[in-house]
Design a protein around this ligand. Structure first.
Ligand code: UD1
Length: 381
């Protein structure tokens, strides 16, 4: 097979790394397109190093912009690559703008090419249409030939949206392949020591969703909550550029007990997470990674597209809209249950076993051409 894999933003890299490695191991022809949605070294190249990924074969360098600009730039620049490579498969992962843009381009190429589109992490739904990721998920799933899912409720979401069941394949969670590999290779990392902290005696914070950081009243409530928390537990926040811009723009004051650090690569992030007493986050990936590592997690969002992390893992949603009190209570409760909740998570949700990339490549190899999401030509008139 000739496979073109697309990644664009930080949460994509740990998903494509194991898939690329498995495709190469089986001697398929594979190339990586990096759209350049994320471009800072700490948001992009650090991940390539930590995940031992070769440099991208194509770099589209789309950079930042509005949703429309970013999506349009990926579409314009991905189309000629697709035309030149003529792959059997395009593989997209996750729910970022680059995912949807590359998916749309691929779907439109079907008219003239036998290319097929596979979406890894298909079928997740938050039900929150204000999230740009929700739009990206639904559109990408509708136009994919093969929907590779990792959470049982994804099947119901997809069937309800009219996706034929033969296009849906449960493969498990490919992020776990990367997580177990990196944790296995770097179990001794202790990045907290450089800040004078000790294992299990700090909280990790990551907040970057527009619905949190770009809303001044929500951000103020969250900073108030973090201030209260930091009286009992030192907090560390590797701050995403979006949050940094929003805090400067809106003139927020940061709590004294909160240590800001630059965004960290994958290896350091998994170590920070593994050593934390609790994580307070709005990231999708961290909800899953904390469940896998048994770290108590408090998610600051109105809803989650990853309910399995609440049902079978260590995740807990704050009451919405967030108040200092509500966040504080959720963190208290999470810490109270503690890492023992991790013993529940040690059994881990099904398919979170570190072997998902192999099942993804199996699915690509064995998908019959009949899975093509081709629409029959409409009758003229
Ligand atoms: C994107 C994804 C989100 C994911 C997040 C992880 C979409 C719709 N959202 O959101 O799902 O959780 O990535 O990080 O695709 N910036 C930099 N350097 C970079 C990248 C971004 O400074 O390397 C700044 C830019 O000013 C940019 C802002 O951060 O405007 C937001 O970046 P963007 O990629 O548009 O969205 P994210 O908020 O990162």
């Amino acid at each position: 097979m000739n496979v073109l894999v697309v990644a664009g933003a930080r949460p994509n890299f740990m998903k494509v790394a194991p898939i690329m490695a498995e495709l190469r191991r089986r001697e398929h022809e594979v190339a990586l397109v990096h759209t350049g949605q994320h471009y800072d070294p700490s948001m992009s190249s650090a991940f390539f190093e930590d995940l031992s990924m070769p440099a991208p074969d194509y770099h589209l360098e789309v950079g930042s912009g509005s949703h429309a600009e970013q999506t349009a730039r990926v579409m314009e620049r991905f189309d000629p690559v697709l035309a030149a490579v003529e792959p059997d498969w395009v593989v997209v992962v996750g729910d970022v703008n680059s995912t949807m843009a590359a998916a749309i381009v691929t779907a439109k190429r079907r008219a003239t090419s036998p290319v097929r589109l596979a979406h890894v992490e298909a079928g997740l739904r938050s039900g929150d249409w204000a999230m740009p990721e929700e739009v990206n998920r639904v559109i990408t799933d509708q136009i994919s030939d093969l929907l590779l899912i990792h959470s049982p409720e994804a099947t119901g979401h997809l069937l309800r949206e009219g996706v034929p069941s033969e296009r849906i394949v449960f493969v498990g969670n490919v992020m776990m392949d990367a997580l177990f590999d990196v944790r296995g290779r770097h179990a001794g990392d202790a990045p907290w020591e450089a800040l004078g902290l000790t294992r299990q005696a700090y909280g990790l914070v990551t907040l970057h969703r527009p619905s949190n950081v770009d809303d001044p009243s929500i951000m103020a409530a969250l900073l108030h909550a973090l201030d209260r928390l930091s009286h009992d537990l030192p907090l560390v926040w590797p701050m995403h550029p979006r949050a940094k811009h929003a805090i400067a723009r809106d003139g927020h004051t940061l709590p004294a007990g909160l240590q800001l650090i630059e965004p960290v690569g994958y290896r350091a992030m998994t170590a920070w997470l593994d050593g934390a007493k609790v994580v307070v986050t709005d990231s999708g990936g961290l909800q899953e990674e904390s469940t896998a590592l048994g770290v108590p997690c408090v998610t600051v969002r109105a809803s989650t597209e990853r309910p399995i992390t609440v049902l079978e893992g260590t995740n807990r949603m704050v009451a919405w809209p967030p108040t200092a009190e509500g966040v504080h209570d959720a963190v208290d409760a999470a810490i109270g249950v503690g890492r023992s909740a991790g013993s529940r998570a040690l059994s881990k949700p099904a398919g979170w076993d570190g072997h998902t990339a192999a099942r993804i490549v199996d699915a690509l190899e064995h998908s019959p051409a009949s899975l093509l999401a081709r629409v029959q030509p409409a009758s003229s008139g």
